[in-house]
Design a protein around this ligand. Structure first.
Ligand code: PMP
Length: 354
């Protein structure tokens, strides 16, 4: 740290992204990326857009906003595109949290919420999950702050139904509720249809998982238009060109190739169910994940040790070294071949440890 670093950020602990190793070829099941390449239409469109990189990107993101709005059954004024969904989540912390509106989120959830709260120097309250890692919706009634819910939750994969989220919305008429649907396309149910009914609901989604564009950095928020207008004020006060031209083109190509995305999601769901069933047969305990990852532990294996052993054998998963999830690993669902390689490695480890 330099002596010039502002006092207000000195205590900040930044978010730790999952490893992106360059030194060897891993079976990479640690950051919930899609195992499938972007749609060929996205790749072609991005390459074409590269020819126009001498010009700034469209700050209104008009064409892609229209396509996303149409896909969601929303108006364009109800949608805001951002540089990954992290950016819209960051805007939400800036826009809707302060001394009198603390952030409220689960103790086990997406780690960036705490970082955003620290970065923006807003107070926050963490609510413990139940022992089975499910969310008790009553804990969020009259939250006295801005609620952030990852749905499905990460790293557990457990989803609330829109009816349960609606209960939380109804009990928080004067609080914003942010529903982070990064993983919704793998079996969760979206709350987007609720945005007209609740002016306190912001739903965020991403192109990083189901749409194979993690490296493109593209996400969006959907909400009542006044909320989108607030978020736009922040966007135009930080980076009006927040989504680059190649990514806008890739996003449009992806939206035009909806069958490709749908097919990949079906495959990921099939592979998740296949792998979960096999893991359970091997004695693993897993949550009921509706996401593109599996959250698993084995009563006979230490979570941290399992993570390290898998890594030595060329398979990278994600381990969170904190209570009460230390015994678990989060395994991104990959191709059937990747899942079979994982299952064989686990079988071997179990035989060795027994
Ligand atoms: N929300 C959750 C729950 C996530 O796990 C992630 C991915 N790390 C994000 C949001 C952000 O993803 P992105 O910025 O790539 O859209």
């Amino acid at each position: 740290m330099s002596r010039f670093f502002s006092e207000k950020y000195r205590a900040l602990t930044p978010y730790t992204p999952g490893e992106q190793p360059k030194e060897m070829q891993y079976i990479k099941l640690n950051t919930n990326e899609s195992p499938f390449p972007p749609s060929p239409r996205a790749v072609l469109a991005a390459a074409e857009a590269a020819k126009g990189l001498n010009l700034y990107s469209d700050p209104t993101c008009a064409r892609l906003t229209r396509a996303v709005a149409e896909h969601l059954g929303a108006f364009e004024e109800e949608v805001l595109l951002t540089n990954g969904s992290d950016e819209i989540l960051g805007f939400a912390f800036m826009a809707f949290c302060d001394e009198t509106h603390p952030a409220v989120f689960a103790d086990i959830t997406y780690g960036f919420y705490e970082v955003f709260a620290e970065l923006n120097r807003v107070p926050y309250r963490k609510i413990p999950l139940r022992e089975d890692f499910s969310i008790r919706i009553e804990d969020y009634f009259d939250a006295k702050g801005t609620v952030f819910l990852a749905n499905p939750n990460a790293p557990t994969g457990i989803a609330l139904s829109p009816a349960e989220i609606e209960q939380i919305l109804l009990r928080n008429p004067d609080n914003i509720v942010v529903v982070d649907e990064a993983y919704v396309d793998f079996g969760g149910e979206s709350c987007v249809p609720l945005i007209r009914k609740y002016d306190n609901l912001l739903v965020t989604q991403t192109f990083s998982k189901s749409r194979s564009l993690a490296g493109g950095r593209l996400g969006f928020g959907v909400a009542f238009r006044a909320l989108i207008s607030d978020l736009n004020t922040l966007k135009y006060s930080t980076n009006p060109y927040n989504v680059n031209s190649m990514t806008l083109a890739a996003g449009l190509g992806t939206m035009e190739d909806g069958d490709y995305t749908a097919k990949n999601c079906r495959t990921v769901i099939e592979n998740r169910e296949y792998t979960t069933a096999k893991l359970r047969r091997m004695g693993f305990v897993t949550t009921d994940s509706k996401a593109n990852f599996i959250f698993a532990m084995h009563p006979c294996l230490d979570g941290g040790r399992l993570y390290r052993t898998l890594k030595e054998r060329g398979i990278l998963v994600r381990h969170f070294d904190k209570d009460p999830i230390r015994q678990y690993n989060r395994i991104t669902v990959g191709t059937r071949e990747q899942m079979d390689a994982l299952l064989s490695a686990l079988q071997r480890i179990l035989e060795e440890e027994a």
